[in-house]
Design a protein around this ligand. Sequence first.
Ligand SMILES: [Zn+2]
Length: 322
Amino acid sequence: MPRIVYSRHYNIGFYGLERLHPFDSRKYGRVWGLLRRHFGSSLSGLHVRPRRAASRDELMLVHSNDYLTRLRDPKYVAGALEVPPVRRLPSWAIDWHVLRPMRWATRGTILAAANALEHGFAVNLSGGYHHAKPNHGEGFSIYADIGIAVAAMRAQQLIADDSRIAYIDTDAHQGNGVCHTFMSDNRVFIFDIFNCRIYPIFDVDARKRVDCDVGINSSITDSEYMGELHNRLPGFLDSVGRSPIGLAIYNAGTDVFAGDPLGGLSISADTIRERDLFVVRELRKRNIPTIMVLSGGYTKQSYQLVADSVIELIEMETAEGG
Ligand SMILES: [Zn+2]
């Protein structure tokens, strides 16, 4: 049976911060509400609830002590979150109300990885902070949850040290932080389909690290978008090598949706659902343990898009006895 990792502690809501950035910081709770309505009491059999936030030791699997200390500086955090008024708040309040929920979500990504390895497929209803680098936060990404989860699985010997990892990123923005995190880790193979005309356009080094780079622009249609995935993703997965892929991380950003204020693309709701099913099916038919994280999505419909995909994915996995 697949697993859904969620805690109410993921949700950020503080002094109206959620209104200062297009980020829907209560998106996670809203997704959970729709899943509860759909699955009813059977949801509890799928639910994995983090009992705590990620510890400092877990964060330090990727981040330096200096970086974690810098997060006590409101000016620095305001820049990383792209919410300038945060610089006027006390450090403790930023930590409690903003960074702590992100540490809960980071712990959720670790748990999702462990559950995917045991049960085949697990989704964390948050995470996917793909702009966070080992020593720098940007683009609303503070903690490199994906890199931390991979390092935690290796440290706990849940995946072999030489096991190959596939990272598939369909968020509208290029996952530059993930590239920097795995810059010299040749066990990780990166597929990224993204709008190449928007942030982080100047991070040339990150883009060079992508193994399968599918840069798209705002004129792309739904059928062209799916065509790119159909043409490139199966070949990428087959090229990763003869030894089986030990874990896949699917970063399913919904900011490709038409009307998203940051993504600059115009993909329909139906195509986003089709995309998520296609990507996860390609991974699962190769028997690759897979985790899905949510990443960006900045419209009022984002939570509905996520819930629609998660419901279908869970039903697909359950039907196939995964
Ligand atoms: Zn994005």
